[in-house]
Design a protein around this ligand. Structure first.
Ligand code: ADP
Ligand code: ASP
Ligand code: MG
Length: 404
């Protein structure tokens, strides 16, 4: 008998028939003698609909927004529990606060701090299926929080870690993790397995098939993770810490991130401490800075460029404008029509020349590179947004990732 955490994403619970199909899938696993904890997302499109409603108001951030967004998942846990009961499976719907899943109070991007497992243990021990709302938790003052878009993945992996589950299965609308987003490159190939490290890069760099924090959790607590299709049978993609180098290509995937914006402080007097003076106030607002480039300009000044999440773009500019004046910088510039394209692979560690192949391939398409960053297993470039798809396709082909 195994304990399995299964997470069903928005499309998988997108209508009543699909919710019934999920109930059947869960019931099959339970009838085979396993214990299951189910995590669900809101019905597809629902979270976006709620975000739009909130946008009608000028003060639409913080706890009130989290309270609103959390309702999407409250609907699906209730409906799925009904569907399970209809086919004679005992199920109990649980909101985040009922588990409870304790988080900090950074609304909209709360971090899970602790999960109390007693209730889940006693439910599963007595043959009841807990149906847990993804994407939400509760802070110390009892206020409902949400974990950031795509956060139900993190709920599932965190529950699997806390419960020491045998596997965490992420059911979605693709049958695994692909070499790149199959919606952009139809020739993309499904990967049988990936290391946590590679999946972490893929997720951080824009492959939204798994939320970044979910992969971080899985890697930290060695949760066996699998991405599968809700709609067809198959083995999906396993994500583990095994590194089957023998079978591996040098590059395992190409990722596209459309969620960043570039900001630049131009003509900053070049003296010790400026990086901290610029980035300190940004970090204080809980804005995550990604790529950073500093180049020395003329006559003792420097240009300081970095990227932030697009959602934080305006706020970052507002922080920087008065700061730039104070620092005697010439001006603040920004561009939110940029994307980041990355190639990822653990094989890069032992192979030189990947960067030059990447740059040559982009140059051949006349794509100008605005920023570059590298790590041991990835190379990322920032380019204009209009080159997103062309860039991804070119690199996918350059590194021979198409299905054969
Ligand atoms: P869910 O609602 O089930 O959480 P998501 O929409 O969040 O599903 O994630 C699945 C989507 O991720 C796919 O439909 C696909 O378009 C996209 N995606 C992006 N990159 C990849 C990739 N490398 N492999 C598979 N899917 C990817
Ligand atoms: N419903 C949330 C979202 O759309 C969480 C999730 O689906 O994982 O972002
Ligand atoms: Mg998702």
């Amino acid at each position: 008998m195994a304990l399995i955490v299964q997470k069903y994403g928005g499309t998988s619970v997108g209508d009543i028939d699909k919710i019934r199909a999920v109930a059947e899938k869960v019931s099959t696993i339970v009838k085979a003698g396993n214990k299951v904890i189910v995590v669900v997302s809101a019905m597809s499109g629902e979270t976006n609909r709620l975000v739009k409603l909130a946008e009608n108001f000028s003060d639409s951030k913080g706890w009130a927004l989290d309270m609103l967004l959390s309702t999407g998942e409250q609907v699906t846990i209730s409906l799925l529990s009904m569907a399970l009961r209809e086919i004679a499976c005992s199920a109990t719907p649980l909101c985040g606060w009922q588990v409870p899943i304790k988080t900090d109070d950074s609304y909209g991007k709360a971090r899970i701090e602790n999960i109390e497992i007693q209730k889940l243990v006693s439910l599963t021990e007595s043959g009841v299926i807990p149906v847990v709302a993804g994407f939400q938790g509760v802070d110390d003052s009892g206020v409902v929080t949400t974990l950031g878009r795509g956060g139900s993945d993190t709920t599932a992996v965190a529950l699997a870690a806390a419960m020491n589950a045998d596997e965490c299965q992420i059911y979605t609308d693709v049958d695994g993790v692909y070499t790149t987003d199959p919606r952009i490159v139809p020739e993309a190939r499904r990967l049988d397995c990936l290391t946590y490290e590679e999946m972490l890069e893929m997720a951080s760099l824009g492959a939204k098939v798994l939320q970044i924090r979910a992969v971080e959790f899985a890697s930290k607590y060695k949760v066996k993770l699998r991405v599968l299709s809700s709609f067809e049978d198959g083995d999906g993609t396993r994500i583990t810490d095994e590194d089957n180098k023998m079978e591996k290509a040098i590059i395992s995937g190409v990722a596209l991130n459309k969620n960043e914006a570039q900001v630049m402080v131009v003509g900053v007097p070049d003296r010790p401490g400026i990086a901290n003076e610029i980035l300190g106030p940004v970090a204080q607002k809980n804005i995550e800075v990604d790529m950073i480039v500093q180049n020395s300009g003329a006559n003792g000044t420097t240009d300081f460029t970095f990227t932030v999440p697009r959602a934080d773009y305006e706020e970052t500019l507002e922080i920087l404008r008065p700061l730039a004046k104070k620092m005697d910088a010439s001006r603040v510039e920004g561009d939110d029509k940029i994307v980041k394209i990355s190639v990822i692979g653990v094989g890069m560690r032992s192979h030189a020349g990947i960067a030059s192949r990447m740059f040559a391939s982009l140059a051949k398409e006349n794509i100008n590179i605005k920023m570059i960053s590298t790590s041991e297993i990835k190379i990322s470039v920032v380019v204009e947004e209009r080159y997103s798809e062309l860039g991804v396709r070119a690199l996918h082909a350059e590194f021979g990732l198409e299905s054969t």
